[in-house]
Design a protein around this ligand. Structure first.
Ligand SMILES: *[C@@H]1O[C@H](CO)[C@@H](O)[C@H](O)[C@H]1NC(C)=O
Ligand SMILES: *[C@@H]1O[C@H](CO)[C@@H](O)[C@H](O)[C@H]1NC(C)=O
Ligand SMILES: *[C@@H]1O[C@H](CO)[C@@H](O)[C@H](O)[C@H]1NC(C)=O
Ligand SMILES: *[C@@H]1O[C@H](CO)[C@@H](O)[C@H](O)[C@H]1NC(C)=O
Length: 376
């Protein structure tokens, strides 16, 4: 376990998918870039503005081109890290685009596939930026409340999903800007009744705990490399959809991704408070490094879903054959007052947030630790 102390609260942390860099953004408008083993800052960006909400590494980084994309207030910025400077400022950005004209509107998440960047806004709008032509496009259907997250769908070059505080998951054909499917997450009570009708013999575990005060705002979103979708909700549940999973059962390629099908999805209560981040390790398919093969041997064909709660508890579940099979472990990260973000490099999970001293903190835990079953 490693820990980094930062002077200001951590807003978001993210690993480069192609290099081994870790970027940590703080709420003072700075981003620190670390190299393995993540003890010293390699480069820093500062004075970007107080509202950094998201950071994304380009997927085609090399030693001569290493772009870092940043969502800051109403602007998407791009910085070239393959340069001599150790400290970059806002004026050093190589690209800048304002994506909203509404006074109160700000960016939430940005995410990148090879040639496109997708972004979400408080106004509910979801858009894309073509990284080659720099052409911007907004989806025809937006969320009726703030749009939190967006994800491209692996192996589906035209498709992406977005989530929001309107409880909706929207599935877009992004070159056309049209909707392909959608799903609305429900309140706990109605779900409970539904389950009860389906399985009348199963009595609720603890009826009192089923009554939630927070509406199921969708706080976070992840997609596994084989098409499983998971969303974390403000009421402590996750919604997980297997309908789009590429598995033996779905060998025939479907016309479109089917991940929002109701009959292949379920809710699971994972925390008492909001779920702020979620991630699925697809151990059977992705091999980011040799190290992971060791982990793999014990868990052939199973995915691990990891959730992070606002109070800093990481919970790991095993996914087997299209079902959330069992809870593996639960670890509360020490020294975190409020957790904001989770990132992984394939072998470790890093959690970022606010420390008990009201400063920034980033703590790592190995996936191996999370996989070990702890007594419930
Ligand atoms: C999802 O959206 C929320 C709200 O805007 C944000 O705090 C969180 O960092 C986003 N998740 C990712 C992975 O960017
Ligand atoms: C990203 O989207 C573009 C445009 O649809 C597509 O050509 C490309 O294959 C996608 N890349 C990935 C990694 O999904
Ligand atoms: C998905 O739902 C369909 C219809 O209910 C069912 O036949 C199928 O077995 C389900 N698939 C999985 C992986 O649960
Ligand atoms: C992931 O990060 C940890 C530090 O948290 C490091 O020890 C490990 O080697 C990294 N794994 C890979 C595959 O780079």
């Amino acid at each position: 376990m490693a820990a980094l102390a930062l002077p200001f609260p951590v807003v978001v942390l993210v690993f480069s998918p192609t290099t081994e860099h870790l970027a940590i953004a703080s709420d003072d408008g700075s981003i620190r870039i670390y190299q393995k083993p993540y003890t010293k800052v390699w480069k820093a960006l500062r004075n970007l503005g107080p509202e950094i909400s998201s950071v994304a590494f380009a997927l085609d980084s090399s030693s001569t081109s290493f772009p870092l994309w940043v969502a800051c207030g109403q602007h998407i910025l791009c910085f070239e890290l393959a340069c001599d400077s150790l400290i970059l400022e806002r004026k050093d950005c190589i690209f800048e685009s304002r994506v909203t004209e509404e006074a109160e509107d700000i960016l939430n998440q940005i995410t990148i596939n090879k040639s496109y960047l997708a972004y979400t806004l408080d106004s509910g709008i979801v858009g894309t930026l073509d990284l080659k032509t720099k052409e911007q496009k907004t989806m025809k259907t937006s969320h009726s409340n703030l749009c939190t997250n967006v994800s491209f769908i692996p192996n589906r070059p035209r498709e992406m999903v977005s989530t929001g505080y309107d409880f909706n998951i929207l599935h877009h054909d992004f070159p056309l800007g049209t909707i392909l499917s959608s799903f609305q997450v429900g309140e706990i009570v109605s779900i409970y009744i539904m389950l009860h009708l389906i399985h009348p013999t199963e009595s609720p575990a603890e009826p009192a705990s089923q009554i939630s005060l927070s509406p199921p705002f969708i706080q976070c979103l992840t997609m596994s490399s084989n098409g499983v979708i998971a969303c974390g909700l403000a009421d402590g549940r996750i919604w997980i959809g297997f309908g789009g999973e590429r598995s033996l059962a779905h060998r025939k390629k479907r016309r479109k991704w089917d991940g929002l099908r109701k009959d292949n999805a379920s809710y699971v209560q994972v925390a008492d408070g909001p779920v702020v981040d979620v991630f699925v390790f697809t151990l059977s398919l992705s091999k980011p490094s040799r190290d992971i093969d060791k982990v793999l041997r014990a868990f052939v064909n199973s995915d691990i879903l990891v959730t992070l709660s606002l109070l800093g508890t990481l919970t790991a579940f095993q996914i087997l054959e299209g079902k959330l099979d069992k809870k593996l472990s639960s670890h509360t990260v020490k020294g975190i007052l409020k957790a904001n973000s989770l990132a992984t490099n394939g072998t470790d999970v890093w959690v970022g947030g606010i420390s008990s001293k009201n400063q920034g903190i980033a703590v790592s835990l190995s996936l191996e630790t999370l996989q070990k079953e702890t007594e419930q």
